[in-house]
Write a protein that binds this ligand. Sequence first.
Ligand code: ADP
Ligand code: MG
Length: 684
Amino acid sequence: MRPDVLNPLFAEVEALKGVGPQVAKLLHRLDLTRAVDLLFHLPTGAIERIRASAANPSMLGHNVVLEVTPFEARQSQGRGPTRIYAGDGNGNVITLAFFNHGGWAKKQLPLGETRIVSGKLEAYGDQWQMVHPEVIEPGKSAEPPLRESVYPLTEGLTNRRLRELVTAALERAPDLPEWIEPSLLSREGWRPWRASVAEAHAEPDTADARRRLAYDEIFANQLALQLLRAVSRRKRGIPLAGDGRLTERLKLPYSLTGAQRRVVEEIRGDMAQAAPMLRLLQGDVGSGKTLVALLAMLNAVEAGTQAALLAPTEILARQHHATLLKQLDPIGVRVAILTGREKGRARDSVLMGLASGEIDILVGTHAIFQEKVGYRNLGLAVIDEQHRFGVSQRLLLSAKAERPPHLLVMTATPIPRTLTLTHYGEMDVSRIDEMPPGRTPVETRVISDERLGDVIEGLARHIAVGGQAYWVCPLVEESEKSDAAAAEERAAVLRQRFPGKVGLVHGRMKGPEKDAVMASFAANELAVLVATTVIEVGVDVPNATLMIIEGAERFGLAQLHQLRGRVGRGEGKSTCLLIRGQPLSETGRARLALMRETSDGFRIAEEDLKLRGPGEILGTRQSGEAAFRLATPEMVSELAPMATNDAQLLLDRDGGLAGERGQAARLCLYLFERDQAVDLLRSG
Ligand code: ADP
Ligand code: MG
């Protein structure tokens, strides 16, 4: 339960004075639904105004508050503005121009009466003019302040109105006890929470207050993760030590890389403990994570339990299923698949096999962790390419279970260190930092879309010698439908040139259709696979050595890196062609140059973080998972390590949530809605 002291802040905006359904609707458009949202809706800057009784040339280009008396109104013909001519205290004439609102303006500015106008003073020919000034009747309402914070707005909502609402929200904000560790607080010179919120609104140009609020937000996140870790680790899991009897019989076509071997040992070490494993496995595309997962799962099976592997897409689930079957079927391990597509009898039989323990390993999409799916004894859950599997889902899986399974999360997204802290802070990290032998780096070239004809001829030569290629079409206006349309168009063009050799997959296609296309591409019946980004993660066709990415400048760097990782998997030399549109911005050029220059996923991810923010790298933008609304990526980089430390001190030294600082920290968790962690603590 949320502490009472915070309740005024979590009231709906409708509870604020003067907010009716109309205004509420505008606020909702900005995602402002409660008082606390207004509190954290920080200004982007401030405008300064000059208050004067008369205008002078030095004021041109500035925001000016002037007392004027209108003496003539002229409605122009056609679509021109209504102009109202007014004199200031020195007899200068100012033209007040209004587009579309002429009638309203004439009412606001009756001839011969004094009014205060506020707006930017500009030169228009040899006249001085203000376009759409704010008009105030002296004594009737307050003049605009000389310094005003400027907020992100939406049409129909004025800055003045929003400012009033923020003020109302601020009045509801209580003084809160301090949750930041005292020596850190004094070192940073931060003021108490409430004063900092007020200052962040009043003085948008000073960084301190804002930084403290960002810190609070990150601290809440880090504390929640560490609480989650503490609760999970306190539970008794199932210690699993495989005896090697299945692993010995595996017939792998290659030996493990040193990094794979090391990581498998780390995982085995964790699984042997009673405390459930919480491990993140980072390894670039193609580094061989699947094999690591396979060995971990075999370990669970050897120890007499079941294992489950969650893939983010249908295509990947089927591919994993095929890989596992090939290796495990010969040694008598029973592998099944469950996705949204298994229905009726097939589904029932999988569910029964899981419940009876007849199935050793289950592969599937999110369906496999739904409540209806009951395992006999799930010992290990592996989550592949989990960036769509957020903290709250991990929490459901590990922290809520009676005897939680060991948890292995694998990601090919090279995650910058600070993002690992903020998104996977509850996990231990393993890294595969070595590629399987025999890989040659992918040669990357950037080509203008004016040379599309050359690209297609290059593709023709590639196909002529038995090569295969991917052709990726970009996201179009974030709408899946038009993505599909663009991909269909491209496929149609290529099919004319290469009849019978071009396949197409996109997100709008039905599962079996997609699989059939993927299967014929994998079997080398198709030479070209045209796709939207559905092929981004995991797809493995070693003979495909050419990757063509259309509209490359529209992709994030991390995404380009993932796509490029689809090639360079086999013996042959691989090429990636980044086709760029016109015109290309300066940053667009720099980003594509970086892709050409490096294949270091971590470096690419760091750059992407700077340019696009964490949501794009981790794919969390839509889900809102661990999104920070106050902390910018730079602030996260700087403050996350501090906040992590602070949270750890609170739990290890300062008595957790029970102590005095802990009680304050609990408020911070609620304030930033990381309170799932608090509830967990109670139930755990
Ligand atoms: P990812 O880490 O991207 O999931 P995969 O597990 O799909 O990578 O592995 C990429 C390719 O490398 C696969 O074709 C796989 O068979 C191969 N591979 C994995 N481990 C090794 C190894 N130790 N030696 C040689 N090839 C390997
Ligand atoms: Mg993979």
